[in-house]
Design a binder for this molecule. Structure first.
Ligand SMILES: [Ca+2]
Length: 226
């Protein structure tokens, strides 16, 4: 398992053109132990890596999804100091702090694909504020599946060219490593975008890497989100 430390941004443009930037933090990667996996029997003393951190098992158990080492301190402790790799870690292209991970070739998708021509979900992360995603629903999710796990600590949303009532108003920002179990990282209510093409950035604390990030958005209008 490769480890990477990254501080990155995820940029998307939603609905009314939302631009997200996710900030990701980098952890030093030391990889001697096998990657943690669910449904695996671990005995005391076993070492695993998870998101670039090495952990040692302190209580025998069989792992389950949701029992990732950082979530269950009764089962795993961080190996202080770690072990020094005998050779330099393989160089992995690691975005630095502030990197927009939506520029790294992942997949963008949305709950709804009823967009008018030219206003599809791909417009959310095309780094062009003049294009937008629009769906004829008052709420819906948009998702970015990165090519690797990144620690995101910031995202940005940019308002679109018109119709402020379609702007996102309330949302949650979530992370996942399997696309089905989600952890809420940030929640916002009654947000407004007083100007068109206005970019707003949102920061939050996060030390866990995820490969999937999702915004669950609700517009201020009852019919359309952009
Ligand atoms: Ca765009």
């Amino acid at each position: 398992m490769k480890t990477k430390s990254i501080n990155q941004s995820l940029a998307m443009i939603v609905g009314t053109i939302l631009l997200f930037m996710l900030l990701i933090g980098l952890n030093p990667a030391i990889v001697d132990a096998a990657a943690w996996a669910p449904n695996t029997a671990y005995s005391v003393g076993a070492q695993v890596t998870y998101n670039g951190v090495t952990y040692q098992c302190i209580q025998a158990h069989t792992s389950l999804v949701g029992w990732e080492p950082p979530n269950v301190p009764a089962l795993w402790q961080v190996v202080q100091g770690g072990t020094t790799p005998t050779s330099a870690p393989t160089a992995t292209p690691t975005p630095g702090n502030g990197q927009d991970i939506t520029d790294l070739g992942g997949a963008i998708s949305a709950q709804y694909t009823d967009s008018p021509s030219g206003e599809d979900i791909a417009k959310v992360i095309d780094n062009n504020v003049n294009t937008k995603y629009l769906t004829f629903h008052s709420s819906g999710w948009i998702q970015y599946n990165a090519t690797a796990s990144y620690i995101v600590t910031q995202y940005s949303i940019t308002s679109a060219n018109d119709a402020p009532e379609r702007d996102p108003k309330n949302w949650t920002f979530q992370g996942s490593n399997n696309g089905s179990t989600w952890v809420t990282l940030d929640s916002r209510s009654n947000e407004t975008f007083p100007a068109r093409f206005q970019k707003k950035s949102y920061s939050f604390s996060n030390n866990t890497g995820y490969a999937y990030y999702r915004l669950n958005l609700t517009a201020s209008s009852g019919t359309t989100l952009q």
